[in-house]
Design a protein around this ligand. Structure first.
Ligand code: AMP
Length: 424
């Protein structure tokens, strides 16, 4: 067995090799076009932030803050953390740059890596890429529906099949406390049948019990009171409107009374998009409304709504569904050279082809014509240009038709135009 190299990428983190890049590029292309159409401005934030921003923004009782952050102490004694998600940093930036005084709603989008110290497994990494959309300064339900629509459209545009959208409302500070009390009473009376994790959740954040995937908790969950029956009038009206907007645009969705999402900052609408069915559902993205977060971070009462998608999960589904991406146009021309003068002239010639937007392959490191012609054959080039010492001195070049073996000699300064004509 081959010995493992001494150095490997950190656990749960992966190189994105040249052959993988086309997937990232394709997703970026679809996401950025969608952002452009809907009037979102792109934002980048530092990869690290003040640790308190996340503890406060995401919530002390969440798994992310409790155990998944990469936190470091700077030489100056500050505590910084690699971003586990983008919403809190974007809210920080929105406030810091006074974006609330610009015309609202203000729309931002992003694309970049996140870090969570999770147990690595299929579809769960320690470094993974997210894209996302955030809309600030508008409380209307049409915004919630638009965010869901954008995510759904992106996945459709990527030609993914078997996608399902699940939505729920988790109320607000008006109605949620009462519901949480009801839920606590319900689960407490059945505490001995819950898994050990849920026993902890029961104390820290009872809503998270609804999130549990353990077999033994399922029958208890099914019977639990549903928040939908306990929303206050305004939350009820908001949620009803969101669903009406989704109906209006014929966006298929399922109501999922157990959907709560892992982060504390949500109010009202939450949604998640899955691939697959039953137990093997895989979350591709999710989000919702977070009307209290801007206040929590920056003391400004500004409603907001947004969502994030997981790039690696989407890529893995694209591969599973054999979706073709980024077919690089074939290289039809190979430039072979022999000798120093020819090499010098080849360098300039290659530049002329680049300017004329004709892709040309070469193998400047090789000096044997046989090796170079073999390579031209391998990449399936239609024509090979041969520039030897004699041709270089005379200012001409040979165009060899690889299929027929026929060769033409043309002036160096005319070769780009001649090749372009042959390729038409
Ligand atoms: P979240 O805000 O945690 O729901 O994350 C949004 C999306 O990012 C999820 O639906 C996943 O597609 C993706 N995601 C979250 N955590 C990870 C991870 N550890 N590895 C890969 N993708 C992830």
């Amino acid at each position: 067995m081959a010995k493992k190299p001494k150095f490997q990428s950190p656990t749960g983190m992966h190189d994105i090799l040249p052959e993988e890049q086309k997937y990232y590029e394709r997703i970026y292309e679809v996401v950025s076009k969608m952002a452009d159409f809907y009037g979102f401005g792109k934002i980048d934030t530092p990869i690290v932030e003040d640790t308190d921003l996340f503890s406060r923004g995401i919530g002390l009782s969440t798994d992310i803050v409790k155990k998944e952050m990469y936190t470091l102490k700077t030489k100056g004694g500050d505590s910084l953390s690699l971003r586990p998600e983008w919403t809190a940093p974007i809210v920080r930036s929105y406030i810091e740059h006074g974006m609330y005084s610009k015309p609202q709603p203000l729309k931002l989008w992003y694309f970049g890596p996140c870090y969570r110290y999770e147990r690595p497994q299929a579809g769960r990494y320690r470094q993974f890429w997210q894209f996302g959309f955030e809309i600030f300064g508008e409380d209307n339900a049409v915004i919630d529906a638009q965010i869901i629509q954008i995510f759904y459209n992106i996945l459709k545009e990527l030609k993914l099949k078997n996608i399902s959208v699940e939505v729920n409302s988790i109320g607000d500070s008006n109605c949620r406390p009462y519901y949480k009390k009801l839920l606590s009473n319900y689960f407490r009376s059945r505490e001995s049948s819950l898994c050990s994790n849920c026993k902890k959740r029961l104390k820290e954040n009872v809503l998270r019990v609804l999130d549990c995937k353990e077999e033994k908790c399922q029958p208890i969950k099914v019977e639990a009171p549903q928040i939908i029956d306990h929303l206050c009038d305004s939350c009820h009206a908001h949620f009803k409107e969101v669903l009406e907007f989704l109906d209006e645009i014929d966006l298929p969705y399922n109501l999922n009374p157990h959907l709560v999402r892992g982060l504390d900052y949500y109010t009202n609408t939450v949604f998640e998009i899955f691939s697959g069915k039953g137990d093997i559902k895989n979350a591709l993205g999710g989000g919702g409304r977070y009307n209290k977060l801007v206040k929590l971070i920056g003391n400004k009462d500004i409603p907001a709504c947004g969502a994030a998608g997981g790039v690696e999960r989407i890529i893995s589904l694209m591969k599973e569904q054999e979706i073709e991406v980024g077919k690089v146009p074939e290289i039809q021309i190979f430039l072979a050279q022999l000798g120093n003068l020819a090499k010098r002239k080849s360098l300039r010639l290659l530049e002329d082809f680049r300017k004329a937007r004709v892709r040309v392959a070469e193998s400047f490191g090789r000096d044997s014509l046989k090796v170079q012609l073999n390579r031209a054959d391998k990449i399936g080039s239609k024509y090979t240009l041969i520039l030897g010492q004699k041709e270089a001195l005379e200012g001409v070049i040979i165009i060899r038709d690889m299929a027929s073996g026929k060769q033409d000699i043309v002036k160096l300064e005319e070769v780009v135009a001649k090749v372009k004509k042959k390729l038409k």
